[in-house]
Design a protein around this ligand. Structure first.
Ligand SMILES: Cc1cc2nc3c(=O)[nH]c(=O)nc-3n(C[C@H](O)[C@H](O)[C@H](O)COP(=O)(O)O)c2cc1C
Length: 225
């Protein structure tokens, strides 16, 4: 039994390292065809009443990314999707810690909301990841949730993804840092498709995104689910 558990642990570690190898990703970016994420502006899963899960990670309710998430939701609802938005700040999500289960014992994950949100990710057709740029990456709230999907991440398969980010810099290259953060997660999942993104640049002030072209972009993107 011990040998079997050791084998599972080694195999899953190798699998993750293989899927997430960053130098490979750089190559994949260049080579295209080996890249783990498919790209499609149009849906690859046309069906009515799609289940859309929006994960809004900013601590600022009605902040820039949260407002963009709402606009995306408005568009998606208009075309008949079943949309649920999770504002991460409303939930308790502990950091990933290594479960210390004895052989044969069930793994005890922390008792918080991460499992419930992960289950919703498994059930969704479309997942929208929304995070501000924090120090040239996604924020800690989003990353903490991503790490906690570890118990079921291989079941988050065949999903379509949209990304929403905002940053103070007026540079798309800064916003791309968060997009790369989202992609680091998404490329580790089975058969993901990236559908589109909103990068609201030059948005330092809370609510600065109101009335901007980025709100229209988010709404229009929501209608394309
Ligand atoms: C901790 C922290 C780190 C930040 N780091 C960056 C950064 O590296 N680059 C940048 O352009 N903006 C940075 N910002 C600004 C936010 O990305 C920007 O204000 C964004 O619009 C916030 O989105 P929100 O309203 O959805 O929270 C940072 C803000 C905070 C609070």
């Amino acid at each position: 039994m011990k040998k079997f558990l050791l084998f599972i642990a080694v195999a899953s570690t190798l699998m993750i390292l293989g899927a997430c190898n960053s130098s490979d990703n750089q190559q994949n970016n260049e080579l295209g065809e080996q890249y783990q994420i498919k790209f499609s502006a149009e849906t690859i899963n046309p069906k009515p009443n799609k289940r859309v899960l929006i994960i809004s990670a900013s601590p600022r309710k009605a902040g820039n990314t949260d407002l963009l998430a709402d606009e995306f939701m408005r568009g998606a609802k208009e075309v008949g999707a079943q949309v649920e938005k999770i504002f991460l700040g409303d939930y308790d999500i502990k950091f990933y810690t290594e479960p210390d289960a004895a052989p044969g014992e069930p793994i005890q994950w922390p008792q918080d909301d991460a499992q419930m949100i992960t289950n919703k990710m498994v059930d969704a057709d479309v997942i929208v990841l929304a995070s501000p740029v924090y120090f040239m990456n996604i924020n800690g709230q989003m990353k903490a949730l991503i790490d906690r999907t570890f118990s079921r991440f291989m079941e988050i398969k065949d999903k379509e993804f949209f990304y929403i980010t905002a940053c103070a810099d007026p540079l798309e290259s800064t916003a791309m840092r968060a997009i790369d953060g989202f992609r680091g997660f998404v490329m580790c999942l089975p058969n993901p498709t990236e559908r589109g993104m909103v990068m609201a640049i030059g948005m330092g002030r809370k609510g600065g995104v109101k009335g901007s072209q980025f709100m229209t972009q988010a709404y229009e993107l929501g209608k394309k689910i």
